[in-house]
Design a protein around this ligand. Structure first.
Ligand SMILES: Nc1ncnc2c1ncn2[C@@H]1O[C@H](COP(=O)(O)OP(=O)(O)OP(=O)(O)O)[C@@H](O)[C@H]1O
Ligand SMILES: [Mg+2]
Length: 640
């Protein structure tokens, strides 16, 4: 048996550590005796670093030196998170690379989100070591399904900084399915509904006989219990303003207290119909210099009104996941609730309404993800070997090909790890270089998708267009990191790229793209058709163009004129047409005119091909074109 691998749910709000002992997962208590550790780190004036409960307690006293919800910033550019940066009580700034970092006065330096994560992880690692009585070196850490490569890398880095080798970055809903025991079922489909503190994730998983497969995932990394707290806070602030004319938004300490009180009230309303929010001495009246108190009653009904749209948004995302998996609500055998926010009665009610059945109860929603991570850890350590885990890609991945088309190599919702290869060819004669441009997204037009990176494969032996065979392979490893390789089959020369962590899509971008795609499906279809038709037209015109260039003397001046005009016209259509019908018309025209010359064109092409001393590869060109019908051309830039 290998060494212990612990499982950690590094949550936005709370973190949990678990380990499998004697075949059973155990949730480990932290140093304060709690099974849940707030994901909060605080720096004191004495440069002491507090983590978890003691840090959370300092949040009110020292908001600028206390970092919470740092997961929102991990692996992200400052520009991407500017808006949320204004909502936290500590200072978020760009570091020298433009990444989001925290300016913590007591730390005396910029603190990166990875470091905050590392402090939390180290605390949990130590708790596990105390419990196990041995050193712990390896961990499985969970992340939201929608984390991009960059965020996954940063999470790994956090582990490394904490002295942990992160043997697997596991999607949270997948972990939940493992804890639910999906692998032990006989053919079941479950939907994991994870409504936590900062993120919302849905996954549809199919399991049975030792296998778990993710069918679809969807989510919103900016939808969670914190949004509900904010609603209550806003309401309190407005009510207080109405009564006193004072805007508490200006007062950081007051805000922090409001936040805590709002969360407390929310939690109470999960099992009570009404609660009292009481914040004595919330501020001082600037005129009378008398302390002011905030006292408000909040009912469950009022809270439900405030947050109904938030809960409805989660159901919309559930619908999308179902549509992706091509399933109906009644196809789902069980709904597994994950995350503290699923304790809200309105959430359970809406789920029940939508599915027509009660969600599954029995897995503790706070601990289920960590337990799943621990089970995955035990699988990897060799302790448990009967489960195979499969995750999926959230968006399609592909390269730009002729006419700016997006040619998908790995469609969205493909189980990973995965390797897919396809053969492409060149679009220009004697092209010795191709540029492989990698994109992520659902639009048929590459440029409308997220550009992930590019590289150039050079040294291709000069040959007419359509001859070189370039094999492009996409490889996504178990952690969701993408490697792209291009190989010239003739020479065996290859080039590759590991998609730079900084280039991945953010969760909102993934979100937006999927929404765009749903909204503009028809338009996308039209665009796709347009590109395809333009490429078809290009295929028709290209040989004519070539003959005009290389064997102009074989045509009469009139013929030359007519064909030249036809080529020019077609080029214009290729460049400018916006409607498929326009291109279709031109294709018909070319076919008709070329038809008149077909015999001549054919004969000339044959002759051209037979001039071996000049163009030895031309013949192969024509033959190969027939064989490689399915090949796409890479729209590469020729070298200057
Ligand atoms: N009884 C309750 N009623 C309503 N909300 C609750 C209750 N208990 C906890 N919560 C909320 O659940 C959220 C925390 O959930 P959880 O610990 O699952 O999140 P997390 O895993 O840290 O976050 P994420 O999954 O977004 O990374 C907080 O917003 C908290 O206020
Ligand atoms: Mg969670």
């Amino acid at each position: 048996m290998g060494e212990k691998i612990i499982g950690i749910d590094l949550g936005t709000t709370n973190s949990v550590v678990s380990v499998v002992v004697g075949g059973e997962p155990v949730v480990i208590q932290n140093q304060e005796g709690n099974r849940i550790t707030p994901s909060v780190v605080s720096w004191t004036k004495e440069k002491e670093i507090l983590v978890g409960e003691p840090a959370k307690r300092r949040a009110i006293l020292d908001p600028q030196n206390t970092v919470y919800e740092s997961k929102r910033f991990i692996g992200r550019k400052y520009e991407e998170v500017k808006d949320i940066a204004n909502k936290v009580s500590y200072k978020v700034v760009p570091d020298e690379k433009g990444d989001a970092a925290f300016d913590i006065p007591n730390a005396g330096k910029l603190v990166r989100p990875e470091e905050v994560g590392a402090h939390i992880l180290r605390k949990l690692k130590e708790a596990a070591e105390q419990y196990l009585g041995e050193e712990v070196k390896k961990a499985v850490i969970t992340v939201p399904a929608y984390f991009n490569e960059r965020q996954r890398q940063a999470t790994k880095m956090a582990g490394k900084l904490a002295g942990l080798e992160v043997v697997r970055v596991l999607n949270e809903p997948t972990a939940a399915a493992l804890a639910y025991g999906l692998d032990k079922k006989k053919e079941a489909k479950i939907l994991v509904y994870d409504f936590g503190g900062g993120t919302f994730d849905v996954s549809i998983l199919e399991g049975g006989d030792g296998v778990i497969e993710v069918k679809a995932t969807a989510g919103d990394a900016f939808l969670g219990g914190a949004n509900i707290d904010e609603r209550i806070m806003e309401w309190l602030i407005e009510e207080f303003k109405k009564e006193t004319g004072i805007d508490l938004r200006q007062d950081r300490t007051a805000l922090q207290r409001l936040k805590e009180a709002a969360e407390q009230a929310k939690k109470e309303l999960s099992f009570k119909m009404e609660t009292e929010i009481s914040l004595p001495f919330i501020t001082i009246d600037p005129e009378t210099k008398q302390p002011l108190h905030l006292q408000k009653k909040l009912t469950r009904a009022r809270l439900e009104q405030m947050i109904e749209d938030i809960v409805d948004r989660t159901i919309e995302i559930v619908k999308r996941a179902l549509a992706d998996a091509k399933l109906k609500p009644e196809d789902i055998d069980d709904i597994v609730l994950v995350g503290g926010s699923t304790r809200i009665p309105l959430v359970q009610k809406k789920i029940k309404e939508f599915f027509g059945k009660e969600p599954h109860k029995g897995v503790n929603p706070d601990e289920v993800v960590a337990v799943g991570a621990a089970i995955q850890g035990s699988i990897l350590s060799g302790e448990k070997k009967d489960v195979l885990l499969i995750d999926v890609t959230p968006l399609s991945l592909g390269i730009e090909t002729m006419g700016g088309a997006m040619t998908v190599l790995i469609p969205r919702n493909t189980p990973i790890p995965v390797r897919k290869c396809e053969t492409f060819t060149t679009v220009r004669d004697y092209q010795t270089e191709v540029e492989i441009k990698v994109y992520q997204g659902e639009s048929p037009i590459a440029k409308e998708n997220k550009f992930l990176g590019s590289f150039i494969l050079s040294g291709i032996p000069p040959a007419p267009r359509g001859v070189p065979q370039i094999e492009v392979c996409f490889d996504i490893d178990a952690d969701g990191i993408l490697h792209v390789t291009a190989k010239d089959k003739a020479t065996g020369k290859s080039q590759s790229i590991t998609i730079q962590p900084s280039s991945g899509l953010t969760e909102e971008e993934v979100q937006k793209m999927l929404e765009e795609y749903e909204k503009h499906k028809e338009e996308y279809e039209r665009k796709k058709k347009l590109v395809e038709l333009k490429n078809q037209l290009d295929q028709l015109v290209y040989p004519i163009e070539k003959l005009l260039r290389e064997a102009a003397d074989k045509f009469t001046p009139e013929e030359q004129k007519e064909l030249q005009q036809l080529v020019a016209e077609s080029r214009k259509v290729i460049d400018e047409a916006t409607e498929p019908e326009e291109v279709e018309k031109q294709i018909q025209k070319v076919q008709q005119i070329a038809g008149k010359y077909s015999e001549k064109l054919y004969k000339l092409a044959q002759e051209q091909a037979k001039t071996p001393e000049q163009k030895p590869q031309e013949k192969k060109d024509n033959e190969d074109k027939k064989d490689n019908k399915g090949d796409d051309a890479i729209d590469a830039k020729p070298v200057d």
